[in-house]
Design a binder for this molecule. Sequence first.
Ligand code: SAM
Length: 334
Amino acid sequence: MAPVDESPGPAGTLRRARRDASIAVDTYHVPVLVDRIVELVGAGRGVLIDATLGGGGHAEAVLRAHEQVRVLGIDRDPEARAAATQRLAEHAERVRVVAGRFGDVRGVLERNEDFVADDAVIGVLFDLGVSSRQLDAPERGFSLRVEAPLDMRMDPTQGITAAQYLATVSEGSLAALLRENGETRFAGTLARAIIAASPQTTGDLVAVVDRVVPHAARRRGPSAVRVFQAIRRAVNDEETELRDGLEGALAVLGPGGALLVISYHSGEDRVVKHFIRDGVTGGCTCPPDLPCVCGAQPTLRIRSSRALMASAAEVAANARARSARLRVGWKVAA
Ligand SMILES: C[S@@+](CC[C@H](N)C(=O)[O-])C[C@H]1O[C@@H](n2cnc3c(N)ncnc32)[C@H](O)[C@@H]1O
C-alpha cells in the first residue's frame, strides 16, 4: 500500500489523504460513491453488514473514517474474501469476513452473533453486480472481451456454469430472460441460436450474438454485453438473491439503521425502488388523498425518493460509476 501522510492536521484532511491513497493503489476494484457511503453509515457505534464485500474498498473507507463501526463482510466469492481479508488486515480486530450469500443475510447474522454481540446493525450495504476483478479475471468467463470457458459463477465452488445452464434452459425461458434484459427484438431468435450452438466459451457466445443481431440493430452498446449480463444474472440467481437480501436486511437492521443499495442495472434499481417505496407506505392501500385507515405500518423512511448518483468528476475517473444508482432507506423503530 502507498505511504499515507500521518502528520498532524485536521482529521478530515488525514481521512481524505488515506482514502485517496487507497483508491490510487486499488487494482482489485475501485468502489463507487465511497464518500456518500461513509457519510450515510455515520460515526455511531455498531455493526455495518457489507453484504457485497468484494475487494473491501467500501469497508476499508468506513473502517478508516469511523472508529466505532465494525464490519461483518459477506461475499460468495472465495477470491474476493481473500483479497478483502488482506486489504482490511490493519483493521482485523473490527472486521469479520464470512462466506455466504446475502439472500441468507439472516442466517449469516445468526451464525455470527458472537461478532455482533450487543451492538446494533447500523447499516446493510449492497453494491450489486460483479467486481472489476471478476470481470477481468480470464478464467471466470464473465467478460465478452476475454476468451475463457463460459463459467460466470460468482462462487466457482457451487452451482452450474453458464455453459451448463445454456445446455439445460428451455428456449422460452431463455427468450424471456433476454427480453427482460433489453434484447426485445431478437430475444426469440437469439435464444434459439444460442441453444442450438451450445456455446462452451465466451468467444462461442459472442460469435452467436454477432451472427444473429445485425450490427445496425445493436443500440445502447454492444448487444453481447446485455446477453452476457442476462445469463450471468440467471446463473447466479441474482433476482431472487436481491429480493431475499432486501427482506433479510430489513429484518436484521436495528432501529434507525440504513439500508444502502447501489445498483448498476435498471431492472435491479426498479426492484430496490419499489422495495423502499413499499416500506415507506407500509403497503398502504388507502386512496392517497385520504388518511390511512388500513392499518399499514411503515418499516422504512426516506430523506429523498431520488437515487443518488456519482459526480461528473467520479464518472470521469471511474467509468463504472456512470450507471451507479444509490438508494437509501432508514429502518423505522418497530
Ligand atoms: C460490485 S462488487 C463489490 C465491490 C465492493 N463494494 C468493493 O468495494 O470492493 C460485488 C461483490 O458482491 C459479491 N456478490 C454478488 N452477489 C452476491 C450474493 N448474492 N451474495 C454474496 N456476495 C455476492 C460478488 O462476488 C462481488 O465480489
